[in-house]
Write a protein of this length. Structure first.
Length: 278
């Protein structure tokens, strides 16, 4: 799998589209960094620090994910404790997002997200609805002629603009800066990014409205473009935290096992993935 290593983040990143690069159609499996013709995958997340009487690790959650013939998400069933959410995903004839529904264990819709795309497949409006079809949040997006995301407006449930985000890019199409503005159009904070020659994000900087540096995170990758190490520093370069990631890969180059360490200690987070091709 690719640099995204939390399954929820993976799916959200697909739904949001690629804000950090020019538009090029890719199906869900490609966006998730999966290799091969994947039909089905199951993601098991364990807490290795909790062992039951039989010597087994505690299973924290299970995500069962199905893809359609085009390689796009079809549905996802999650088991996490006493929660059993189910998600179904929808695409148009060109393979672009239309939205998804979230259901409870009795298959009642508890939330849904709807997308409005332009003729180039860019999402220009995303609306999130809660129970009883009440609008919870809406986002509108503006793009350049070469399909780069330039500006996002985020609205509250009453239609008031609560935040604006402005995006800037390098000549390779990677997002290098995001500026955040409040309801009064005053700058709140800025994110700045750097990338390696393979377009992997290697540095993230967080600046306050006055330009003072708040935090830095540097990221390192293996030959599969998966994260192997993330190091966070505060403004005076004192270490905040350090995460290390270990992987086991299948014959297609998809990782099937991931272990996470924090500050050289095993966090007890172990993720196993079963992938089934067509």
């Amino acid at each position: 799998m690719n640099k995204k290593f939390v399954i929820t983040t993976l799916i959200l990143s697909i739904a949001m589209g690629s804000a950090f690069a020019a538009k090029k159609y890719r199906n869900s499996t490609e966006k998730m960094g999966l290799r091969g013709n994947v039909n089905y995958m199951v993601v098991y997340t364990y807490n290795s620090n909790i062992i039951d009487k039989e010597g087994k690790r505690q299973l924290v959650s299970t995500d069962s994910i199905t893809f359609d013939l085009r390689g796009n998400l079809e549905d996802k069933f999650t088991t996490a404790g006493n929660k059993f959410p189910y998600y179904s995903y929808y695409f148009d004839k060109n393979g672009y997002w239309l939205g998804w529904n979230e259901y409870d264990r009795n298959y009642n819709i508890t939330a849904r997200t709807a997308y409005l795309n332009d003729e180039r497949g860019n999402c220009v409006e995303r609306t999130v609805y809660g129970s009883k079809e009440k609008m919870v949040r809406k986002e509108t997006s503006t793009y350049s002629k070469d399909n780069k995301l330039l500006e996002e407006l985020r609205y509250t449930e009453d239609g008031t603009i609560e935040e604006k985000r402005v995006y800037k890019y390098d000549n390779r199409g990677n997002c290098t800066e995001i500026e955040f503005y409040d309801v009064n159009d005053s700058l709140m904070q800025t994110y700045m990014y750097k990338y390696d020659e393979r377009d992997n994000e290697t540095e993230w900087r967080f600046y306050a409205a006055d330009g003072n540096l708040i935090a830095i995170t540097t990221t390192y990758y293996d030959d599969h473009d998966n994260v192997t190490e993330m190091i966070s520093f505060n403004y005076d370069e004192h270490l905040n935290w350090k995460h290390a990631y270990e992987y086991v890969y299948d014959q297609n180059g998809n990782w099937t096992k991931q272990t996470i360490y924090r500050n050289a200690y095993n966090l007890g987070i172990l993720t196993l993935i079963f992938i089934q091709g067509r």
